[in-house]
Design a protein around this ligand. Structure first.
Ligand SMILES: [Ca+2]
Ligand SMILES: [Ca+2]
Length: 82
């Protein structure tokens, strides 16, 4: 009974956390935070909405500039898989 309950909880928790949203660093939305997301962020680095290299998804904290704070979110979540 208790074991079955725990297994069910793990399944529920696992399914809820299966996908990583772009807001947690998965800019290239493939459910893993890796070098591709870093490259996408680096390409947009320093950009604002009027820049030719602007990428709204890379602006993770939504302050209209892609900078080190957005990169920090990627760094914190680097290696995570959904
Ligand atoms: Ca990714
Ligand atoms: Ca930002």
């Amino acid at each position: 009974m208790t074991t079955l309950f725990l297994v069910n909880m793990l399944i529920i928790v696992g399914s809820v956390s299966a996908a990583i949203p772009p807001s947690e660093g998965d800019i290239v939305d493939d459910d893993i935070v890796n070098i591709l997301d870093v490259l996408e962020w680096a390409t947009a680095f320093g950009s604002t909405p009027t820049s030719s290299n602007w990428n709204s998804v890379a602006d993770i904290d939504g302050n209209n500039i892609v900078n080190i704070l957005d990169g920090a979110v990627i760094a914190v979540n680097f290696g995570r898989q959904g």
